[in-house]
Design a protein around this ligand. Structure first.
Ligand code: ADP
Length: 565
């Protein structure tokens, strides 16, 4: 249409120039056509104009919608150019960064990325530029207040019609909570793997720790059968069997203690205790062993004896010191060991110092954990399952104190622990002092019932009590024990095993107490579990002794009840 009208116009202009008379018919017809075409053209233009206005309106709306979505999207957006300069930033990102838009526009994005994550970001941006498909990546981003948060970013290339320079949109989500959860989960996983590894090491170690003394016991018991042994040889073999037995009992006790601690079944038995006396006892107990190893043992008690009173669990304090001194002896080859305490405010600070092999700095915390030994890589041929110090630490903490150490490899170790000093001067110590060595055992002649279903244990008790037993009766079950007791109202002492068939020792004791309140009943149990003592006393027993029965301990208990006879 446009070409046609141009043609008509050109023709008209040409004819006018040549002076040619324009024919009316042509003029009129063409003019009409021209006017009509022009009218149509004008209408078309108006339509086009309207469409243009409409499109502009739509573009404006779409732009508004985009800006609204961009600003209020649930994720933060940053638009960066090829050089990593921030060109735009949405409102959500501003909220995450706790700042204003203007603080970021035309700034380099790397300024807000934690230095440890610059490389990660750089690698990520490179893959984005190279248009390779990329996974989101997690980085740490700095807020305006210099705090950091974990962000997950995902990028996309932005397309522009008007410019050849690419821009990139980065999708930012605050993943701090997930990240912290992830870190916690990872730590838990590592801990689980570590304890799994420790448990395997523990089992292997335990197997070794139990088999070694077993080997000694069975091997030397076998050798004892040889007919031509000299008296000295026999004594030496017996000593080895005894030592192996003690070692085995130690390991079993440690396993039981740690299990009780972990199950929350370890109870405290708080009494007044003279701490000077305890230290002296420890000193006398270990002195021969220390001297036999060519070392020196010394102690220092700084408080006067009447002020050296603590309200504490005497046995646990004894166990704490015993563990520390045993280790000091074990890991010291020359020099000395010193034990003692000083007063620090409302605490007494106890110590056990040695001049032994010391403990490397990086193992000093770990040794208080279960199953850990300081020299894991280069295990010295030392006995021990790595339980002693974790039990010790648990005891110290149960008693309201703290434990720590100072040690230098090759120079020695100093273990310290505190206990609350709750001294009340009026009271006397009520320590139950075992009969001093050499004290004559004199309890008269007793009528004794041994309630025991294990033959070997029965034999052992028989032999132990034979010297002061006027008459020794036997019962193999709980029911029998009650019956024997009913038939013999003059029995002085019952050694009652707790795990008896037909009727337990507790129940038998309860029944006996219904008709005999005088007889002294001492419970004996091999369970070694918490509450055994309480249960025995509750059932009506006078006292309690743990198996394997220590002859001295049994005699000391019997002396306590019959010593005046
Ligand atoms: P263990 O039964 O192996 O002795 P512990 O828990 O008592 O277990 O001690 C853990 C580890 O700490 C020991 O294996 C040893 O490596 C180290 N250790 C403890 N006490 C001392 C000490 N006095 N001197 C040097 N090392 C010690």
């Amino acid at each position: 249409m446009e070409d046609n009208s141009k043609l008509l116009r050109e023709r008209a202009k040409e004819e006018l120039r040549r002076g040619k008379k324009i024919e009316t018919s042509l003029y009129e017809t063409d003019l009409k056509v021209l006017v009509e075409e022009l009218s149509i053209y004008q209408i078309e233009l108006e339509h086009q104009n309207q469409e243009l206005i409409h499109s502009q309106d739509e573009i404006q709306q779409s732009n508004d919608r985009y800006l609204d979505l961009f600003d209020n999207a649930p994720v933060g957006y940053l638009i960066v150019d090829l050089n990593g300069v921030i060109k735009d930033i949405n409102q959500t990102a501003c909220v995450l960064l706790e700042s204003e838009k203007n603080d970021y526009i035309d700034k380099k994005i790397t300024k807000i990325i934690h230095r440890d994550f610059q490389d990660v970001y750089y690698m990520y941006f490179r893959t984005l530029i190279n248009q390779k498909p990329n996974q989101p990546c997690d980085i740490k981003i700095q807020k305006s207040n210099n705090l950091f948060f974990y962000a997950r970013i995902q990028g996309a290339r932005q397309c522009h019609i008007t410019s050849n320079d690419p821009e990139f949109r980065l999708a930012i989500i605050d993943v701090t909570i997930q990240k912290e959860m992830e870190i916690k989960l990872l730590a838990a996983k590592e801990q689980a793997e570590e304890s799994d590894r420790l448990k395997s090491a523990f089992l292997a170690n335990m197997s070794h720790e139990i088999r070694t003394p077993m080997n000694g016991i069975l091997g030397f018991a076998d050798l004892l059968k040889e007919p031509d042994l000299t008296g000295d040889e026999q004594q030496e073999y017996i000593r080895i069997i005894e030592k192996s037995g003690i070692r085995m009992l130690n390991i079993i006790n440690e396993i039981i203690d740690i299990s009780k601690i972990e199950a929350g079944l370890m109870n405290l038995d708080i009494n007044e205790s003279n701490i000077n006396k305890q230290i002296e006892d420890i000193y006398s107990f270990f002195k021969p062993e220390v001297e036999a190893k060519g070392l020196k043992l010394s102690y220092r008690n700084i408080l006067p004896v009447h002020e050296a009173i603590l309200k504490t669990d005497r046995e646990k304090v004894f166990a704490i010191f015993t563990n520390l001194v045993k280790n000091a002896i074990k890991y010291t080859y020359e020099g000395s060991i010193e034990i003692g305490y000083v007063k620090r405010g409302s605490f007494l600070e106890f110590y056990a110092k040695d001049t032994g092999i010391g403990i490397p700095k990086d193992r000093q915390q770990a040794i208080f954990e279960r199953f850990i030994q300081a020299d894991v890589s280069d295990k010295m041929a030392q006995q021990g399952a790595g339980l002693g110090l974790s039990i010790t630490k648990a005891y110290v903490e149960m008693l309201g104190g703290k434990i720590w150490l100072a040690s230098e490899e090759g120079r020695g170790s100093e273990f310290y622990f505190t206990l609350p000093y709750n001294f009340e001067p009026v009271k006397e110590s009520i320590d139950q002092v075992p009969p001093a060595q050499g004290t004559t055992f004199n309890v008269g002649k007793l009528k004794i019932l041994v309630a025991e279903d294990d033959e070997v244990s029965g034999m052992l008790i028989d032999i132990t009590v034979k010297s002061f037993g006027n008459e020794i009766l036997k019962a193999g079950t709980g029911v029998e024990a009650v019956q024997v007791c009913r038939d013999n109202p003059d029995i002085d002492l019952i050694l009652m095993d707790i795990r008896l068939s037909e009727m337990s020792g507790y129940e038998a004791t309860q029944q006996i107490r219904e008709f005999n309140r005088e007889v002294v009943i001492i419970a004996q149990t091999a369970y070694g579990l918490s509450g055994d003592r309480e249960k025995s006393i509750l059932a009506g027993c006078n006292d309690y002794i743990k198996k394997p029965i220590n002859k001295k301990e049994l005699l000391s208990i019997i002396q306590r009840y019959f010593g005046s006879k």
